[in-house]
Design a protein around this ligand. Structure first.
Ligand code: HEM
Length: 198
């Protein structure tokens, strides 16, 4: 009983989190490789931070990690819904509280003493990242199977616009991961519960 009470992140959350982190890193770096083969803008990513070695290699990594991200995300979301964890950990979000906490965070005064509780800023960030991953998957589907998903393609403004949407959603994920890692560095004791549960 005492042991159960100390569990902050159940095992399934931890497995999903680390599988997700790994697949996002693979998808982003192999995505940069694919982008370099046909850049949208006048820049490319340095080869040293891309994965796959060449276009086909990058595509293979991208598609392999895509299935991990998709299946893992689906299981993670389903378990969050079924267990009622969404309502418990991620809702409600009060806009006033978010603004106040944002001010505290910018002044490096945001407390995170109770690791079993996410503050409103975290709730916003995590819900945002779920939606952003969903947008990445939808826009990715359009780029992969453009002919098979005509409605999705038109909703995203056509193939070329879907490419821009996919890129911007990737950039937002990278920004999230950067801020996420800064937050973990500022509250390092939050890391162990995401590894060991306690
Ligand atoms: C090496 C990289 C990463 C580290 C060290 C890390 C670390 C952590 C830690 C310590 C927490 C718990 C925060 C707390 O208790 O206050 C957390 C939660 C979370 N992280 Fe990460 N993370 C990483 C990568 C990622 C990536 C790439 C994503 C998604 C793009 C992500 C999404 C999330 C989400 C959604 C949660 C909330 C999980 C839940 O409770 O269901 N993380 N992470």
């Amino acid at each position: 009983m005492e042991r159960a009470r100390q569990i902050i992140h159940p095992r399934w959350v931890r497995i999903a989190h680390w599988l997700n982190a790994l697949s996002i890193v693979i998808m982003v770096t192999s995505g940069w490789q694919i982008y370099n083969a046909s850049p949208i803008w006048h820049f490319t990513f340095p080869a040293s931070i891309t994965l796959g070695g060449w276009l086909a290699g990058g595509t293979m990594w991208h598609f392999a990690a895509m299935w991990v991200l998709f299946a893992n995300g689906l299981i993670y979301l389903a378990l969050n819904f079924v267990s009622g964890r969404i309502a418990r950990k991620f809702l409600p979000i009060a806009p006033g509280e978010v603004l106040r906490e944002l001010g505290d965070a910018l002044r490096l005064k945001l407390a995170h003493n109770d690791l079993s509780h996410y503050n409103s800023l975290q709730r916003c960030a995590y819900l945002f990242v779920w939606l952003d991953v969903a947008l990445l998957i939808c826009s990715g589907l359009v780029l992969w199977k453009s002919v098979q998903f005509p409605l999705l393609r038109e909703l995203l403004g056509g193939y070329d616009t879907a490419r821009v949407v996919h890129f911007v959603a990737m950039a937002l994920i990278v920004a999230f991961v950067f801020i996420h890692l800064v937050m973990v560095a500022l509250v390092p004791r939050s890391l162990m519960p995401m590894i060991r549960g306690r």
